[in-house]
Every structure is written in C-alpha cells, then in structure tokens.
Write a protein that binds this ligand. Structure first.
Ligand code: FMN
Length: 195
C-alpha cells in the first residue's frame, strides 16, 4: 500500500470531546503509511451564508475545502446532538458542499463513526450524516458501523480508548476506507492510460 493521507473531522468543539479523542486514538492505531491529520478549528467557520461564498470566499471555508481536496479520504467522528449530527459538523458539510457540482466531497472516500454518553452510540446522528454525505456524492464506507456507546466507560483518564471491540471495529473501518482509496487510485490510473 502506498502512502495515504486522511483528514479527520470531529463534530465536537468541546475541549474534552470523546469524538476528538476517538480521532486521536485512530491516529495511534494506524500503520506508518497512513497519516491522519485532525482538522482544527471547525468552530472558526462562520455559519454558512451564500454572502460569504463565491469570489470572496471566507478564508476558513477555503482552508476546509482545500484540506478535504488534498486528502485521500475523510474520517468523521461526531457526537449526537438531539438525535442528529452536531450543528458544527452540519455547518462544515454545508461549506464543503459548494461549488455545486465541483466541491471536494464528490467521489471522496469517507467513513464515519461516533461516540456518545448514551446507549445508542450516535446511530441517529450517523444515519443523518450518511444521508447528507449521499447528497454530497461522497464515496461512503457503509460497514462496519462503529458506535461507541457509554463513552464515559470506554476511555481512560488520559483519553485512551480501552475497549478492544471498538478498536477492532475501527481498524476494520480504516481497512475498508483504504480499500476504497486504492480503488479510486486504480480507476484514475486506468483513466489516464486510456486517455
Ligand atoms: C445539546 C446536546 C444534545 C445531546 N443530545 C444527545 C442525543 O441526542 N443522543 C445522545 O446519545 N447524546 C446526546 N448528548 C450527549 C452527548 O452524547 C455527550 O455530550 C457527548 O459526550 C458529546 O460528544 P463529545 O464528548 O465528543 O463532545 C447531547 C449533548 C448535548 C450537549
């Protein structure tokens, strides 16, 4: 496998966030050839407005779009807020969904996971996120569903994930994500040979 660059988006702006911890834990589980950059500052994005889009694109939105475009794949970990994804993540996805027809999520291998304090482990948030990523034409990893339930019991005081079954599911999710990335690369090679 050649080098792979992943971008991690946490849907939580909270300093002690379990979902940001999930991404940090993923980073520590990855083999050397896979790099994960955890995107900072989703909270600096203004609320989406077409007045801030277009020629005078807001710099934070430009930064996010470029980071997605330059990555081989995206990994999203979001809390569930009131049975849905967080407003911070929805806002980031809205900013990333323009310009219509040429935005950076089109065909982008993308996987999602999430941690919550409750017993459903963000399933409703993940279902809504999947619908949005479908609208964005992302190349979505469908399985496994990684639902880290009762997060308070699954991390130690240093934020390390201590649940072996969650770790195994995360590794399977990353395998499936990297398989999609390899597929995209192969298709691009075939297209360039044919042209
Ligand atoms: C506004 C708000 C709404 C929430 N709604 C849900 C919910 O619908 N389902 C759920 O499992 N947890 C819910 N929670 C609890 C979150 O799962 C918990 O705060 C979790 O730690 C958030 O993720 P984070 O640690 O990454 O910030 C909610 C929390 C907040 C602040």
């Amino acid at each position: 496998m050649s080098n792979i660059k992943l971008l991690g988006l946490s849907g939580s702006l909270r300093s002690g966030s379990y979902n940001t911890s999930v991404l940090r834990n993923v980073k520590s589980l990855l083999p050397q050839e896979i790099e994960l950059e955890i995107y900072q500052d989703l909270g600096k994005l203004p609320l989406y407005s077409e007045d801030l889009d277009g020629v005078d694109l807001h710099p934070e939105a430009r930064r996010l779009r470029n980071a997605i475009a330059e990555s081989d794949g995206v990994l999203i970990s979001s809390p569930e807020h009131n049975f849905s994804l967080s407003a911070a993540l929805k806002n980031a996805l809205d900013w990333s969904s323009r310009p219509y027809g040429s935005h950076p999520f089109i065909g982008k291998p993308t996987a999602i996971l999430g941690a919550s304090g409750g017993i459903l482990g963000t399933i409703r948030a993940q279902l809504h996120t999947r619908e949005i990523l479908h609208a964005l034409e992302a190349d979505l990893v469908t399985r496994p569903e990684v639902l880290i339930t009762q997060a308070g019991l699954k991390f130690d005081t240093d934020g390390r994930l201590v649940d072996d079954s969650a770790k195994a599911l995360i590794l399977q999710l990353i395998d499936n994500l990297t398989a999609k990335i390899e597929n995209v690369r192969k298709n691009l090679e075939v297209e360039s040979l044919a042209s």
